[in-house]
Design a protein around this ligand. Structure first.
Ligand SMILES: NC(=O)c1ccc[n+]([C@@H]2O[C@H](COP(=O)([O-])OP(=O)(O)OC[C@H]3O[C@@H](n4cnc5c(N)ncnc54)[C@H](O)[C@@H]3O)[C@@H](O)[C@H]2O)c1
Ligand SMILES: [Zn+2]
Ligand SMILES: [Zn+2]
Length: 338
């Protein structure tokens, strides 16, 4: 079996002689992957930002495919087209019942070593074993193709959750970061009825991409003055500088949602500004298990089409080049086709 294997910082390789996964438990399914993607979160181990990320990890937490084998407790027979949630959770505990899947005692991410929970091989692969498949998988409606459904498993559900956490209809919304996540957040904010959306990114090519989608784009230093009084600012980068920009750009009683992946132990926060403006600061992790039905409805409505952010479609065998170009921001969103 072919899959993308992490070997160390800036070193991923497509290995071709890996063993095919099998059903090991009544709640497991094995999925033949038809499309997977490289997420901005995959750049963190790729860039060596996650010490201890295990060499040998099969990467990837965004994928869609077809069930080829399923345990007795999985309601999806072979042949069912499915999307997987990037977050794996048991779906049966009190924490899952509250809708807090990322905080389930069994929670982990596909293809992310032991960063969140136990290691589970990822989806940048020909086949993947899905634990708790009755909870983690979701059947794809016939009218939505693989490329749209792929985004339900992470990025679009995450963008949706960020917007749900802060933006009311009629709001002025700022977005810090014009990667695929920031661009999808802008699209979701518009779909949710924002009156104005402005996106900030230091990269002129990324800003041009935002403008092509019909949104205003500025350098980060100009976001606050361009927005005026923003009710909501979504930070979709995952750095102290980006979060500081978001806090700086929120208006009176505004909400800042940090949806970029953060890892600082401490950062300077302009508390005077936060206090005098009575800001709310929230951190949000996407939860496709909780939000996928709403996100599928959004896709069905046609209000958001995530294929707009796809820049590259590569054979799985060329994943190495995909990572390289994504790391250098030559690619916005890379899909891998096994
Ligand atoms: N919370 C979640 O559940 C979740 C889910 C998916 C991704 N993420 C995280 O979201 C972040 C973005 O993901 P992506 O796929 O869009 O990644 P990406 O790397 O493609 O995009 C990041 C963008 O931020 C821009 N940027 C860098 N510094 C900036 C600054 N100071 N101000 C404004 N923009 C700046 C870059 O130019 C780039 O366009 C990553 O940290 C990723 O780990 C979080
Ligand atoms: Zn991700
Ligand atoms: Zn649980």
């Amino acid at each position: 079996m072919k899959a993308v294997v992490y070997r160390g910082p800036r070193d991923v390789a497509v290995e071709t002689d890996l063993p095919e996964p099998a059903v090991e438990h009544a709640r497991d399914a094995v999925v033949r992957v038809t499309r997977s993607a490289i997420c901005g979160s995959d750049l963190h181990p790729y860039r060596g930002e996650i010490p201890g990320f295990a060499p040998g990890t099969i990467l990837g937490h965004e994928f869609v495919g077809v069930v080829v084998d399923a345990g007795a407790e999985v309601p999806y027979p072979p042949g069912t087209r499915v999307v997987a949630s990037d977050v794996i959770a048991c779906g049966r505990c009190a924490t899952c019942a509250k809708g807090w899947h990322y905080h389930c005692a069994h929670a982990t991410l596909f293809g992310y070593s032991t960063v969140v929970g136990r290691a589970v091989a990822g989806g940048q692969s020909e086949y993947v074993r899905v634990p708790f498949a009755d909870t983690v998988l979701y059947p794809c409606p016939d009218e939505l193709d693989d490329e749209r459904m792929l985004f339900v498993g992470d990025l679009l559900s995450t963008a949706w959750a960020a917007v749900e956490a802060c933006a009311a209809p009629g709001a002025t919304v700022g977005v810090v970061g014009a990667g695929a996540l920031g661009q999808l957040a802008a699209m979701c904010a518009a779909a949710a009825g924002a009156s104005r959306v402005v996106v900030a990114d230091p990269d002129p090519a990324r800003r041009a991409g935002v403008e092509a989608l019909g949104f205003a784009a500025v350098e980060p230093a100009l976001l606050a003055s361009t927005l005026g009084e923003a009710q909501a600012v979504i930070e979709a980068v995952g750095s102290d500088a980006a979060l500081a920009c978001a806090v700086d750009s929120a208006g009176r009683r505004g909400t800042v949602v940090a949806v970029g992946a953060h890892s600082s132990a401490a950062m300077p926060l302009h508390t005077q500004r936060a206090f005098t403006r009575e800001l709310t600061l929230r951190f949000v992790v996407g939860d496709p298990i909780r939000d996928r039905a709403s996100v599928v409805a959004l896709l069905r409505s046609g209000a958001v089409d995530p294929r707009a952010v796809v820049s590259d479609r590569l054979p799985l065998a060329d994943a190495d080049a995909g990572y390289r170009d994504f790391d250098r921001r030559r690619s916005l969103k890379v899909l891998l086709i096994p």
